[in-house]
Design a protein around this ligand. Structure first.
Ligand SMILES: CC(C)(COP(=O)(O)OP(=O)(O)OC[C@H]1O[C@@H](n2cnc3c(N)ncnc32)[C@H](O)[C@@H]1OP(=O)(O)O)[C@@H](O)C(=O)NCCC(=O)NCCSC(=O)C(=O)O
Length: 419
């Protein structure tokens, strides 16, 4: 296929803004003009570059020819199209498929990175260095570059060689051990808690380094790990463990809990209201104020007699609906929530009021619904300008922009370096 044909095809299908032209309300987005070469895959790294793209950065996603990001195929969708998870997390990005095992492929990417602001990856420690794209090498050609890496454990220490994954970090860090009571067995927290938090730390590190570079002119290395992110998540518990020799267990608070109702469940938190037990007694329609009983008279006693106390709450909540009990608790100024399924949460009026669901068109798949970025800036809100790119969709466009001529691009395609 000739370069012209490839370019025509690009123009027909893409809705991408050209690099550096991302605007909202006519105002450039916060990261407009920031060029990011993105070696991330699966979820942790891509969640970082998703947000950077939502706020206007030009994200050039580098993928393995013929294979791409492994998450393209982890949930095969209709007609072999990329799945909605991939399409959403990789929105606002351009894809180049370049073989980094070849000298030509390395040379192509080195040129693309020569004037990049940021290069970001989430391979195992040492992979970027083996490719010839370690910080020192890239810095020699581009002293202002910010080199960011998210790994399981970091480049040093006993686990530095190990692959990182969400559940693995939960297990190593103590998060998986965290339970409400000792009779519960440790289990994987069933959403990608660690991927997302680490991805956000990676994004924050990149923004901090961009700010430093603006002030001082120099770039630097940014490293985050899934392990540190999970430790940091437990800041409160760790402080008590380190300084007092025991953990606090927020799940064990005697006036808080999840209670089944006739049609679902209610979460009640007794901690942020004065005289909580008196108010709970009133909300639950009990014929006495439980605070008057010596065994529930203060927090210490409530902890000691938690099973008896919670049995009373449980018994009452089982007699009426979720809506009834949330109204009752609300009327006493107690923090409360119905326990939603995700389906219920997505259909909730609050989700709509916050503008949390957005849509974009995909040429093969049709309308793709996805979550909006959760950081609201009044003048420059985030935007979804396009869904994820096809593998290598922007090979020609990106290489032309970076000074390669059509002849060279065709030669690289024939060699299989660009596929
Ligand atoms: C996820 C991983 C365990 C996957 O391990 P591996 O599949 O063994 O990949 P590695 O990162 O070790 O190495 C990638 C290899 O791909 C090669 N590679 C990469 N890009 C290219 C291109 N463009 N062309 C040719 N070859 C390439 C690269 O040179 C490496 O080869 P060699 O040089 O020959 O080795 C690891 O990447 C990792 O620990 N990443 C950091 C933590 C992380 O992000 N985990 C996933 C979070 S998501 C998650 O938890 C979840 O979804 O669940």
């Amino acid at each position: 296929m000739s370069t012209d044909t490839l370019l025509d095809e690009f123009e027909e299908t893409t809705t991408a803004s050209p690099a550096g032209a991302a605007k909202s309300n006519g105002i450039p987005l916060p990261l407009d003009g920031i060029k990011i070469v993105d070696f991330t895959q699966v979820f942790m790294g891509p969640s970082c570059t998703q947000l950077l793209g939502d706020y206007g950065a030009d994200i050039i996603k580098v993928e393995r020819p013929g294979v791409g990001d492994i998450s393209r195929n982890s949930f095969p969708d209709k007609d072999g199209q990329d799945n909605p998870i991939f399409l959403s997390i990789n929105r606002n990005k351009r894809s180049v498929s370049v073989d980094t095992r070849t000298d030509e492929g390395k040379a192509v990417l080195r040129r693309v990175m020569a004037d990049a602001d940021v290069v970001v990856s989430n391979f195992r420690s040492g992979v970027m260095e083996r490719m010839g794209f370690g910080y020192e090498e890239l810095k020699a050609e581009n002293p202002r570059i910010i080199w960011a890496s998210g790994t399981g454990f970091g480049p040093v220490g006993p686990y530095s060689h190990k692959g990182g994954q969400d559940a693995i970090a939960q297990a190593y860090s103590g998060v998986m051990w965290r339970r409400e009571s000792d009779d519960q067995k440790p289990a994987i927290y069933p959403t990608t808690l660690c991927d997302y938090i680490t991805g956000m730390h990676l994004m924050q590190g990149i923004l901090l380094a961009l700010r430093t570079r603006e002030a001082s002119g120099f770039g630097q290395k940014v490293e985050v790990t899934m392990y540190d992110s999970m430790l940091h998540l437990q800041m409160q518990e760790a402080c008590m463990q380190l300084n007092r020799g025991y953990e606090v267990n927020w799940g064990a608070m005697p006036l808080s809990g999840v209670f089944e109702t006739t049609d679902g469940a209610v979460c009640m938190v007794g901690g942020f209201t004065p005289d909580p037990l008196a108010r709970i007694s009133e909300a639950l329609g009990l014929d006495e104020d439980l605070t008057q009983r010596p065994e529930f008279a203060n927090l210490e006693q409530q902890f000691k007699h938690k099973p008896a106390l919670q049995a009373i709450f449980r018994e009452r909540m089982a007699t009426n609906t979720t809506e009834y009990w949330t109204n009752q608790l609300e009327s006493q100024g107690l923090l409360n929530a119905p326990v939603h399924t995700l389906e219920q949460a997505l259909a909730d009026a609050q989700t709509e009021a916050n503008g949390m669901i957005v849509e974009a068109e995909h040429p093969g798949v049709g309308t793709v619904k996805m979550l909006n970025a959760p950081i609201r800036l009044s003048a420059t809100p985030p935007s979804v300008r396009r869904v994820a790119p096809r593998l290598g969709e922007h090979n020609v466009e990106v290489l032309l922009e970076n000074g390669f001529d059509a002849e060279t691009i065709e030669r690289l395609q024939k060699l299989g370096v660009l596929r």
